[in-house]
Write a protein that binds this ligand. Structure first.
Ligand code: FES
Length: 194
């Protein structure tokens, strides 16, 4: 990717530990952390993954150093840790201790995507209109480049058609009506900085 479309900087952050995302069922691939009430996924390279203490309690505080890359075209912020350590809970004056790059971060869009079932039960029972409404609303809000809409195969919830899933939260919504699209977008992407 062209460097013009990417911007990498170092970051240092104090964040609350929320859990991990595993790869292949065992390797810790991402740390899930909260920074100022937003959830971020920070990638762990293999060497750090091996050292990760699996007894770390949810709610612990971590000081994390690493590199963040903003893919401007997709509006995706990728964060990778180079080191981290547990720290005491910061006082209110210090949290969140995030460098200035955070000002342009779009954490909710790290992998922002709406997966909408396009199989017949969903599509014919209103999924198509929901899809169209999503497209219109994302466009109106200037979010088309940041939130992808992806059509999927059957999501195995045909009786509750139409169905969609909002990523990265993996939040499933069934019996979705076009009139609910605005509320859905407000709920998941309402604070997005464009
Ligand atoms: S057709 Fe959409 S969930 Fe099965």
């Amino acid at each position: 990717m062209s460097k013009l479309l990417e911007q990498s900087t170092n970051f240092q952050v104090v964040a609350k530990f929320l859990g991990v995302i595993l790869k292949d069922g065992y390797r810790v691939k991402y740390l899930r952390v909260a920074i100022a009430a937003q959830e971020y996924w920070i990638k762990l390279p293999k060497e750090l993954s091996h050292k990760f203490d699996r007894n770390l309690s949810v709610g612990s505080w971590l000081e994390i150093y690493g590199t963040q890359t903003l893919e401007r075209k997709k509006g995706i912020l990728k964060m990778e840790a180079s080191s981290f350590m547990t720290v005491n809970e910061p006082n209110d004056l210090l949290k969140p201790m995030v460098n200035e790059q955070k000002a342009i971060a779009k954490p909710k869009n790290q992998t922002a995507c709406i997966l909408i079932c396009q199989k017949s039960d969903c599509w014919q029972r209103g999924g198509k209109e929901v899809y169209q409404r999503l497209e219109e609303q994302l466009s109106d809000r200037g979010l088309s480049d940041l939130v992808q809409i992806q059509k999927t195969g059957c999501q195995k919830q045909c009786k509750q058609a139409p169905n969609l899933v909002v990523m990265p939260n993996k939040a499933r919504h069934s019996n979705v009506r076009p009139s609910q699209v605005d509320g859905l977008l407000n709920r998941y992407f309402g604070n997005t900085i464009v």
